[in-house]
Write a protein of this length. Structure first.
Length: 133
């Protein structure tokens, strides 16, 4: 069902998030819920956003990283990547730990390999995934 549904959404961003510690499936879910809440309240002023996220195991080390598709309200362009990165650094405790966790935030391109990966492959290997709205 996801394979057919994901491409029908006009996604705004495709994002990859990492940490410097071993992230469990349970912690990944809590992190995504906190990120959703922070983005909605602090970045998008309580307007409706949509996130599809998936946790994927690293191939060569323990733990996981996160992939997400994000649809934001129209009119939000300037500074959104910076605000999203800042929100992630806060909810992941990177700032508190005096660290910086890598984020890759790209405008969504439905013809990119990343979009195809989300639609066709990621859901098969994800350790956990969900839709937040």
């Amino acid at each position: 069902a996801y394979q057919q549904w994901l491409p029908t959404i006009d996604w705004t961003y495709m994002v990859t998030l990492t940490t410097n510690y071993t992230l469990s499936s349970r912690a990944a879910r809590r992190m995504m819920e906190r990120l959703f809440d922070r983005l909605k309240s602090k970045v998008f002023n309580e307007e409706r956003i949509l996130i599809y996220w998936a946790a994927e195991k690293y191939k060569l080390k323990d733990g996981q990283h996160l992939h997400l598709l994000l649809k934001v309200p129209k009119g939000y362009k300037k500074g959104v990547k910076k605000m999203m990165n800042n929100a992630y650094q806060i909810i992941s405790a990177a700032y508190r730990n005096r660290e910086y966790y890598r984020t890759d935030i790209q405008r969504f391109n439905p013809n990119s390999n990343g979009a195809k990966y989300f639609a066709k492959d990621l859901w098969k290997i994800a350790t956990d995934f969900d839709i937040l709205y």
